[in-house]
Design a protein around this ligand. Structure first.
Ligand code: 5AD
Length: 409
């Protein structure tokens, strides 16, 4: 790997380390990325996270941004091999939230201090161009000071534009893997890596704050593929990057594959923060599912965002992308299910149930509503305390990306 040294090797005193080079150039060559990943050890991880946290604090201080995640439909027309809500998983109980329920989630979230709502769903044809536009408009009308993030998969450019014009601010679409051959190992032929990337470029051009990302330790992933992912991030310059460990879901073709590594996820969070110092980087649910202190570890590796779940209790657990999500255990007792260190839920454990009535109004039982609101407040309080214990603070803020539009790419 030429003249770059990996760590603090005294025989190469005075020479730049690979992490210093990454910080100076914001990108490495493919082979340097591979070297960096292959030499991951405690010392290197520490060097990375130290620099990553410094950069994060330069841009965002000690603030932790929260996003209220609303998983509004688990219907999906796609059949991704890794995902629990894939079309051919007949064991999933499918649901859709009504607009009234979605707006009630936002209202409750707003009262708790959320200023960004993420509408996430499978690729559900029921929620077409018009339906999503109406939802975005309704949320923006009720909460004009909030950001709306969409995460509803691949669509034509004109549809993305329409939703942007309706008021959507951000769009999350993980690229899943930047390597085309690897992409085809994870998806059926109906999904193409070309279209995935086309979507991301379209979203960027339209003006969204764009989030891409990938699973760490997805089946057949190699260090070469991860290097491709990092090079793709450099090219796209996304405002957000979502990464989390792959976690098997037993009713998918990849149900028997091992889960991704927490250490490697944290290492990659550090690399990404150094590459894109102003990026919005969540410590993801998957990370916190595998490790009860995943949220804290993510923050101390360079993350600055957390996405507590505002999905109502009546459907919670049915958005089962992988085992252990939302504290729902799968697998045989004490066997495969035992890999979960914790089933800690971050927030929203007792979301109120709303019943849409024919008139279109939302009726919630007042007693239940009160206890649900209390439960959510307590859960968010727990998150605030967890963040305070590591010197950070959850803030009431839209939490936009601090990149200046004029910054050179
Ligand atoms: N493990 C971890 N993450 C998963 N996702 C889907 N299935 C899994 C899984 N089994 C991620 C994908 C998707 C995001 C919404 O969830 O990266 O883009």
């Amino acid at each position: 790997m030429g003249r770059v040294k990996i760590g603090m090797d005294i025989s190469m005193k005075g020479q730049e380390t690979i992490v210093e080079k990454l910080e100076r150039e914001r990108v490495l060559s493919r082979s340097d990325y591979i070297t960096l990943l292959q030499n991951r050890d405690e010392a290197l991880a520490k060097e990375l996270s130290g620099r990553a946290v410094n950069l994060r604090e330069q841009y965002y201080g000690k603030d932790v941004y929260i996003r209220g995640l609303i998983e509004f439909t688990n219907y999906c027309k796609n059949d991704c091999f890794y995902c629990g809500i894939r079309a051919s998983n007949s064991k999933v109980r499918r649901y859709r939230l009504s607009s009234e329920e979605i707006l009630a989630c936002c209202k409750r979230g707003y009262a708790l201090g959320f200023r960004t709502f993420v509408l996430q769903g499978g690729e559900d044809p029921y929620f077409g161009e018009d339906e999503i536009s109406r939802l975005v408009e309704a949320i923006k009308r009720e909460h004009p000071d909030c950001a709306v993030t969409l995460s509803v998969g691949e669509h034509p450019r004109a549809v993305y534009r329409r939703w942007f014009e309706a008021g959507a601010d951000r769009y999350l679409l993980r690229h899943e893997t930047a390597d085309d051959a690897h992409y085809r190992m994870l998806h059926p032929v109906s999904c193409s890596p070309e279209n995935r990337k086309r979507c991301l470029w379209d979203l960027k051009e339209i003006g969204y704050q764009v989030g891409c990302g990938f699973m760490v330790g997805s089946p057949r992933q190699t260090e070469e593929y991860l290097a491709e992912d990092l090079l793709f991030l450099h090219k796209l310059q996304p405002e957000m990057v979502g990464i989390g460990p792959f976690i098997p879901q037993y009713d998918t073709p990849f149900g028997g594959e091992p889960a991704g590594s927490i250490g490697l996820t944290l290492f990659l969070l550090g690399i990404i923060r150094i590459m894109l110092p102003d990026v919005l980087l969540p410590a993801t649910t998957a990370l916190n599912t595998l490790d009860s202190r995943g949220m804290e570890k993510g923050m101390l590796a360079g993350a600055n965002v957390c996405m507590p779940n505002l999905t109502p209790d009546r459907v919670r657990g049915q958005y089962a992308l992988y085992e252990g999500k939302d504290g729902v255990k799968g697998g045989d007792a004490g066997g495969r299910g035992a890999v979960w260190e914790s089933e800690a839920r971050i927030a929203g454990g007792d979301a109120e149930e709303c019943t849409p009535v024919p008139g279109g109004e939302v009726r919630a039982e007042s007693v239940r509503k009160e206890s649900a609101a209390t439960g959510q407040r307590e859960a968010l309080g727990a998150l605030r305390r967890r963040m305070e214990a590591i010197g950070y603070r959850v803030v009431t803020d839209r939490g936009d990306c601090k990149r200046k539009k004029t910054d050179p790419i």
